[in-house]
Every structure is written in structure tokens, then in C-alpha cells.
Design a protein around this ligand. Structure first.
Ligand code: PHE
Length: 339
């Protein structure tokens, strides 16, 4: 009899019912007057005295198990009935939480806004690029270290296809299809083979600027960048240009702005210098104009490239760069008021 009860216990575990009626049928089959459990009860007097205790306990176990199973099935039916009620199409819907714009999009849009007021239009190019647009057309020597696999992600080799390491590749894309006057900005994502940390990521965002026309001078560049800095960080912002080097500009410079956190007095962000670097710039190297089909004896140009994360950090003081790409809603929600 023990074996019989054991196998019934197993059976009970697997019981299923499609609706309340089926649950009731199951209840009658197991717990009804002429049901399985009662049948066993009536056989109980045949059990030898020395086994009565053991069999009695098993029988009780079975009874409880059936009862519990039936209760569980009933509960399930009730929940399903609730589901059914949810189909009331006249009910007010649950409130849907609106998303917010990502801080990097906010900053990027602000940059685009400022430059479009200055007459720049938008341009774009692919993130998976060939060597020509990223390096060769931008006057990188064949053995330039940026072409090394340490810095650049290669998608294919010979011919080299890479993830663009800067948006300067779009300069080349624009010049090859358009003659001056050219006045564009190109926002986009770029990739570098860096170890990810709070201060570096293997991808980030840049906004490139390019202006090519007759009689373009470094003064024009400086004035545009000063206007940008003041629009972005406030009218008291100062800029400073430090000589630098890029293969595609000559002369080249890096631009700092007076630290907008401490107002130039010195803090953690500006490493107590009062200045923070925000972009690279310079006069387009005549080699670049020629390589991209623009007559360098007739035209001149300036170009600049800035990091969007850098600028977002200055505006919002995000301490860890990784926050920008983790999609943590608690972080993103902090920008609701800026939306
Ligand atoms: N491409 C440069 C960089 O990624 C920035 C730059 C753009 C510098 C245009 C000069 C002119 O650092």
C-alpha cells in the first residue's frame, strides 16, 4: 500500500487543470466520497498492526498534498480571471514613464545649435572606414603610430578597414564630394583601442568642424572658437591656444577654456591650473586639401575637433566616463530637468 500511496503522491504533483470545472472534477476524483483517498482509507483496516502507524502517516501526507494541489490550482484560476478583467479596453491605461534625452545627446545638440547659428551645416560619414579616409588622406605618414594596432581597431587588413579613430575622416569625405565654400560640422562616434577605465573608453564622441574657402585665416578660427566657448560655457569664459601638432593641420593648436568649475582659481578638474583642454584645431594642411581634390593654391581652411564627453563632463561633472554608456536609468534620470 505504501508504494501505491507513493506513486499517487507523484501523480498529484503533475496534476493540471484548464478551468475551475476541471479543478472541481479533480477534487471529486481524489477527495470525494468515493474518491481515491477514501478508497485507501477503507483498505486501512487490512494493514498489519505493526505497519499502521507508517501507512497512516503516508495516507495523511497524500491527503494534505491533494488538498494543497487543489488549492493551488484554484488560486491559479483566480489569477487568470484577473487577467481576463485586464482586457477592459475602457480602463485608463497604466502611466507610461517618458524617457529622457541622453546627456551626450543634449550636449551634442547644443554644440550643433551653436555652430548652425554660425552658418555650419551637418555632415556625416561611416564609423567603419578605410585607411584612406582616416589616415592617408589626412596626411598621416605610413609609419605614424596612430596606425598601429595598439591605437586602432582593425576590421580587416590589406586593404585596411578600421573603426575610425577620429571624425576627421569626415573632412575627407566632405571635400571629395564638394568644392569650397565648405562649412560643416560632423558629430559622431569614434573608437580607440584603450583599456576601459573611469577616464578612458574604447569609444567616445567627437564633433569635427571644417571651413574651407578663399582667404580663411587663423583669426577666423580663433574668433569662431571663442564665440563657441562663450555660448557653451557662459560669456565670461576665456580661451587659450597652445601650439600643438596634428598631421592634418599646420599650424596646429590645442584650445583650453578657463575652468568653469572653479572660475580659473584651480580645482581638481583643472588639476589646479585654472584651464581645461577641450579641443584640437589648426589650419588645414595644404597636403590634405590637395589629397582630397581641392586646389591648395586657391583655397585655405581651418578645422577643429572636440570631445563630446569632455564637454559634458565640464557641464555636468560626471566623474566616471563609463556612466555615459551603462544605460543606468538612475544616472539618466538626473538629466530630466536639462531635457
Ligand atoms: N582629430 C583630432 C583628434 O582626434 C582633433 C582635431 C581635429 C585636431 C581637427 C585638429 C583639427 O584628436
Amino acid at each position: 500500500m505504501i508504494e501505491k500511496i507513493e506513486s499517487l503522491l507523484e501523480e498529484v504533483k503533475t496534476l493540471l487543470a484548464a478551468d475551475a470545472k476541471e479543478v472541481e472534477t479533480l477534487r471529486i476524483r481524489y477527495l470525494g466520497k468515493k474518491g481515491v483517498v477514501n478508497d485507501l482509507m477503507s483498505e486501512f483496516h487490512n494493514v498489519p498492526a505493526d505497519r499502521k502507524r507508517e501507512v497512516g502517516m503516508k495516507l495523511n501526507e497524500l491527503k494534505t498534498a491533494v488538498q494543497e494541489k487543489i488549492n493551488a490550482l484554484r488560486q491559479e484560476m483566480l489569477t487568470h480571471e484577473d487577467d481576463h478583467l485586464d482586457l477592459d479596453l475602457t480602463r485608463t491605461p497604466y502611466p507610461v514613464k517618458l524617457g529622457t534625452r541622453h546627456p551626450l545627446s543634449l550636449v551634442k545638440n547644443e554644440i550643433i545649435d551653436i555652430f548652425s547659428r554660425l552658418g555650419f551645416s551637418l555632415a556625416s560619414g561611416p564609423e567603419v572606414e578605410d585607411d584612406w579616409h582616416v589616415f592617408s588622406s589626412m596626411n598621416f605618414a605610413p609609419d605614424h603610430p596612430a596606425r598601429d594596432m595598439q591605437d586602432t581597431f582593425f576590421v580587416e587588413q590589406h586593404p585596411d578597414i578600421v573603426l575610425r579613430t577620429h571624425t576627421s575622416s569626415v573632412q575627407s569625405r566632405v571635400m571629395e564630394r564638394q568644392q569650397p565654400p565648405i562649412r560643416v560640422i560632423c558629430p559622431g562616434r569614434v573608437y580607440r583601442n584603450e583599456v576601459i577605465s573611469a577616464r578612458a573608453h574604447c569609444f567616445f564622441h567627437q564633433v569635427e568642424g571644417l571651413y574651407v574657402d578663399e582667404d580663411v585665416s587663423f583669426t577666423d578660427l580663433k574668433q569662431v572658437l571663442l564665440t563657441f566657448a562663450r555660448e557653451m560655457f557662459g560669456p565670461d569664459t576665456k580661451i587659450r591656444l597652445r601650439p600643438s601638432y596634428f598631421p592634418f593641420t599646420e599650424p596646429s593648436a590645442e584650445m583650453d577654456i578657463s575652468c568653469n568649475i572653479c572660475g580659473g582659481k584651480g580645482c581638481n578638474l583643472c588639476k589646479n591650473t585654472g584651464w581645461v583642454e577641450i579641443l584640437g584645431c589648426g589650419m588645414v594642411d595644404p597636403n590634405v586639401l590637395d589629397a582630397n581634390g581641392i586646389d591648395s593654391t586657391k583655397y585655405k581652411g581651418y578645422a577643429f575637433g572636440m570631445g563630446v564627453e569632455r564637454i559634458a563632463n565640464l557641464k555636468y561633472q560626471v566623474k566616471d566616463l563609463r556612466m555615459f554608456s551603462e544605460n543606468d536609468v538612475r544616472f539618466l534620470d538626473e538629466f530630466i530637468s536639462a531635457n
